[in-house]
Design a protein around this ligand. Structure first.
Ligand SMILES: [Zn+2]
Length: 175
């Protein structure tokens, strides 16, 4: 998933956006030139727990250099404005795995304090076909349920969604 930036310039006039001095309950950023307030909306992303017909799960080893670099993640990415969510999930599956799939259902919605991303995760069943890596992955592999690399997953949401999809209890949170 692409990084999320905080905007620096007003969308209306191009003036510099300033953080208000006091938390007033108003918009988090205000234009220093025209005074327009800018609200920072969450960013919507989709991911898919993708099952092959033998019930193995397809994971990608992330090629983008962020905190999840080299670790295993679900196929997924940002939703385009106006795009239907299941279509976005299947588009990302096709782009990142080379597979055609059918959405089975909504698995869950994942969000975390301080993180602008809201992640909607679907389960989908892929048609058999060769797994193809894209620019976004170093490696692509199907894992049997006993082979999931739990200690090498990219994000907290990756493990939480996989546990949920495989019917495993949630991992206990460390005190
Ligand atoms: Zn402005």
């Amino acid at each position: 998933m692409a990084r999320v930036f905080t905007p620096r310039y007003c969308a209306a006039c191009g003036g510099q956006l300033l953080a208000p001095l006091a938390a007033s309950g108003g918009p988090p950023l205000v234009c220093g030139r025209c005074g327009l307030g800018s609200y920072l909306d969450p960013k919507l992303a989709v991911a898919t727990v993708l099952f092959l017909p033998d019930q193995s799960v397809v994971l990608l080893r992330r090629a983008q250099r962020d905190q999840a670099f080299g670790r295993w993640i679900l196929p997924g990415g940002h939703v385009d404005r106006g795009e239907e969510l299941p279509s976005a999930a299947l588009r990302e599956v096709a782009e990142e795995t080379g597979l055609t799939a059918c959405v089975q259902g909504l698995l869950g919605v994942y969000s975390y304090p301080g993180n602008p991303l809201v992640l909607v995760v679907y389960t989908a069943l892929a048609q058999p076909g060769p797994l193809l890596t894209s620019r976004e992955s170093l490696e692509i592999r199907a894992f049997g349920h006993q082979e999931i690399p739990w200690d090498e997953l990219g994000y907290l949401s990756t493990g939480q969604a996989l546990r949920q999809a495989l019917g495993l209890p949630p991992e206990p949170v460390a005190p």
